[in-house]
Ligand binder design. Structure first.
Ligand SMILES: *Cc1c(COP(=O)(O)O)cnc(C)c1O
Length: 461
């Protein structure tokens, strides 16, 4: 009798160079945690064993990208790496105009300054930390118009990154189209748990914006993952390539900003690209003040070369499948221990539901911040808070913003960790879950004015 043989899949690459990790004891980690004010952003990475803080700039470049570094044309103006990058921006995103920046938030800064007048509104599919700060600093009020399902961690809607057309229409009517600086979509939506939007929704939102003559912009930082989800989940896209879907997505937007530290698998870099000649002229002028000449935007020639090459690799179906497959593997293992998580599993990360993990803690004592600290103490795995600390304070009342989602994010750098690292992570979280009832919350003892989650300090209650 022939037995049914399970067929596994594995990554489409192998390891060529290794970076040794320091092994720490529980005593070492308790000391490090105290020094870091129980904020995983303030830990020295040397004391981190498995670093799931972020997938931003932490990816492993390919040999092809590393080889590109040697071809850096470090001319002050007109570097050939810039022109190669520009060609690839046209080829993969379909945007004719490019302004490079040193990272994503620099592009957000410029686009906010260009499109926003004081008193304007910006609508989007949930907020992102740096994006919203730049919108607010430019004088806008940000309004979240994502579908309600996105705020429910257990809702299995396949496109929880969608914008609610009714919410958007109502908002435009209320504030008038003139006061809408722009609408933006991110995909997948980080703060919702890495949830994608559908092409159908994008077309509908694009239609609404066109009708009212409002610009629609795309935070395309993880756009290839959104394209992958469309391919896997949306009817009519099964046979299209990631590259074709990405280009179709971009065709509905006036412009994009990108943190190249994610999809493009480099350590630094950003992009502002658009079809809008006026915005381009403004950005090209502005970049000289804040970043550098428009042909390098705060980057070295070699960085632009690595970005251009990363763009060619980012649309590989097998690469994205291995990446999202690793996230899914982690989620499925955690499920075996009944760990509460956001579902469906996201593209770049697993989000633990800290409200359910630590139901005895009120949001005032920062359950997600607490959980991230406890996981580090247990095993040296570093995660990040995405809850009340990240949500900051209400600009008018000064109160904490209390988001519905109180999450701990385990973010997977691309092409960096093995399945065994994932197993170690899962077992550590299961261990913390076992003794969760003994965990008390934290008190904030230092709070910076902007993006407080990066530098706030806490102590155990
Ligand atoms: C990382 C990120 C940004 C900001 O980019 P940086 O390169 O970190 O400045 C903006 N939007 C999204 C969705 C991101 O993930």
């Amino acid at each position: 009798m022939t037995k049914l043989i399970k067929r596994s899949w594995a990554e489409p690459f192998k390891i060529k160079m290794v970076e040794p990790l320091k092994m720490t004891s529980k005593v070492d980690r308790e000391k490090a945690l105290k020094e870091a004010g129980f904020n995983t952003f303030l830990l020295r990475s040397e004391y981190v064993y498995i670093d799931l803080l972020t997938d931003s700039g932490t990816n492993a470049m390919s040999d092809y990208q590393w080889a590109g570094l040697m071809l850096g044309d470090e001319a002050y103006a007109g570097s050939k790496n810039f022109y190669y990058l520009w060609d690839n921006v046209k080829k993969y995103y379909g945007m004719p105009y490019l302004v490079p920046t040193h990272q994503g938030r620099a592009a957000e800064h410029m686009i906010s300054k260009i499109l926003i007048k004081a008193g304007d509104y910006v609508a989007g599919n949930m907020y992102f930390t740096t994006t919203r700060v730049h919108q607010e600093l430019a004088g806008a009020t940000f309004i979240d118009v994502i579908i309600d399902e996105a705020h429910d961690p257990q809702n299995l809607h396949p496109f929880k990154g969608n914008i609610d057309p009714q919410k958007l229409t109502d908002l435009i009517k209320k504030v008038t189209p003139k006061k809408m600086a722009y609408v933006y979509m991110a995909g997948p939506v980080n703060m919702a748990g890495g949830q994608p939007f559908s092409m159908k929704n994008l077309k509908e939102i694009g239609g609404i914006c066109k009708k009212h003559n409002i610009q629609l912009w795309f935070d395309a930082t993880r756009a290839t993952e959104n394209a992958y989800f469309i391919k896997m989940r949306e009817k009519g896209y099964e046979k299209k390539t990631v590259s074709q879907i990405l280009k179709e997505m971009c065709s509905h937007f006036d412009g994009i900003w990108v943190s190249a530290k994610k999809d493009l698998m480099v350590n630094i870099g950003g992009i502002l690209a658009t079809k809008n000649k006026h915005v381009y002229e403004e950005a090209r002028n502005m970049v000289v003040i804040y970043e550098g000449l428009h042909t390098y935007g705060g980057l070295a020639g070699r960085d632009m070369e690595a970005m251009a090459r990363g763009m060619e690799e980012m649309v590989s179906f097998d690469n994205i499948k291995a990446r999202i497959g690793q996230v899914e593997y982690c989620g499925k293992q955690l499920e075996k221990y009944d760990i509460p998580m956001v579902k469906p599993f996201g593209g770049h990360a697993i989000f633990l539901d800290a409200k359910q993990f630590l139901p005895h803690l009120k949001q005032d004592v920062f359950p997600a911040q607490t959980l991230a600290a406890e996981i580090y103490a247990d095993s040296g795995v570093r995660a990040m808070e995405r809850g009340v600390v990240s949500a900051g304070r209400n600009q008018k009342t000064g109160e904490h913003n209390y988001p519905k989602l109180e999450l701990v994010r385990l973010t997977f750098p691309r092409r960096v960790y093995t399945q065994a690292h994932i197993d170690v992570t899962v077992e550590s979280i299961a261990e913390v879950y076992n003794h969760r009832k003994k965990i008390k919350g934290l008190a904030m003892i230092y709070e910076p004015k902007y993006l407080r989650f990066f530098q706030a300090r806490f102590k155990r209650l």
